[in-house]
Design a binder for this molecule. Sequence first.
Ligand SMILES: NC(=O)c1ccc[n+]([C@@H]2O[C@H](COP(=O)([O-])OP(=O)(O)OC[C@H]3O[C@@H](n4cnc5c(N)ncnc54)[C@H](O)[C@@H]3O)[C@@H](O)[C@H]2O)c1
Length: 341
Amino acid sequence: MSDLVRVGFVGCGLIARSHARGLQACGEATIVAVHDTDPERAHSFALDVVGTASVVVADAETVIETSEAVYVCTWTAAHADLVAAVAAAGKPVFCEKPLAIDLATAEAMTRAVESAGVVNQVGLVLRNSPSFRWLRHQVRSPELGPLMNIVFRDDQYLPTQGMYGSTWRGDVAKAGAGTLLEHSIHDLDLLGWMMGPIRSVSGRIGMVHGLDGIDDQASVLLVSESGAQATLTSVWHEVLSRPSQRRVEAFCRDAVLTLDGDWAGPVSIESSMGTDELEGSVLARAMATLDGLGVNPDAAFITAVRSSIPAYPDFRVAIEAHRLADAAYRSAATGGQPVDL
Ligand SMILES: NC(=O)c1ccc[n+]([C@@H]2O[C@H](COP(=O)([O-])OP(=O)(O)OC[C@H]3O[C@@H](n4cnc5c(N)ncnc54)[C@H](O)[C@@H]3O)[C@@H](O)[C@H]2O)c1
């Protein structure tokens, strides 16, 4: 195609590569400028992903000038200034999650993109997961009776090592906090998405690794407007054979649902009608036409940019997850007192 959307990247690490693959798969964008404060990162990203180092530029400002749409894929503390610069230039922005290291900054970023009127999307990519789309569809289905309870477990090895290799995740100034904000903001987003408005949050956190301000375990109790309850357990351990793993059990009045594997299942449903299990391509096909979300968040972003329509999930969606994380940390600071929302 001759009218490919000209995309730039600020931050050229792990997640930037994932988005570059998504853009390549959609075939409607071309990467024209990339910058990283670590020049080696920028060069290896450019060579591996674009095939030429000529797209490496000296600073974020040049990325913004050169591109029609910008991905902000730096560590979390650097998101806010970069998003503000992209919004000030009137250009669409895809920003990674968490938006910011605290709720107030995330809210300011949301105001910035909304008042600039720019297309904005956040990297809460599990909203595109066939597994979670299936689970959400089931727990909201009237045939299964009201949703009663969700048990959500998310564990992985401390991501300062292994394929992440990111020392910044152990630095509170750059990451803001640990497992609950940096990783399980996905889980809080998914729980709010499945359960509807959350009205009460209580939480406890722990720091076994001794990294200042970096929680490596969190237990959160959420109560929704409808009275449904959920518990989230989020852990960063030292078992290097276990990268990110999610297991969810959801109890409706008339069915029990399980999710093992946060993208392609297996997922299962058990009711008095019997038991069914789906995974892989069968699950993907079952979800393909369900809600129009698709499995490629980058394709969705490019479609929104091309058509100047709102992207999804946008910063406003992410604010809800930030509110839950903020409430959980505030509760933990009081020893677990519930915080009403
Ligand atoms: N959506 C997801 O599932 C998902 C998965 C992983 C990471 N993330 C998020 O993506 C972001 C990046 O994570 P990552 O794993 O790619 O980290 P990473 O360490 O692999 O890459 C981050 C890069 O940003 C660069 N950088 C930092 N500040 C910069 C600045 N001001 N200008 C230019 N470059 C800068 C660093 O040098 C580094 O190369 C984080 O916010 C993280 O939480 C999201």
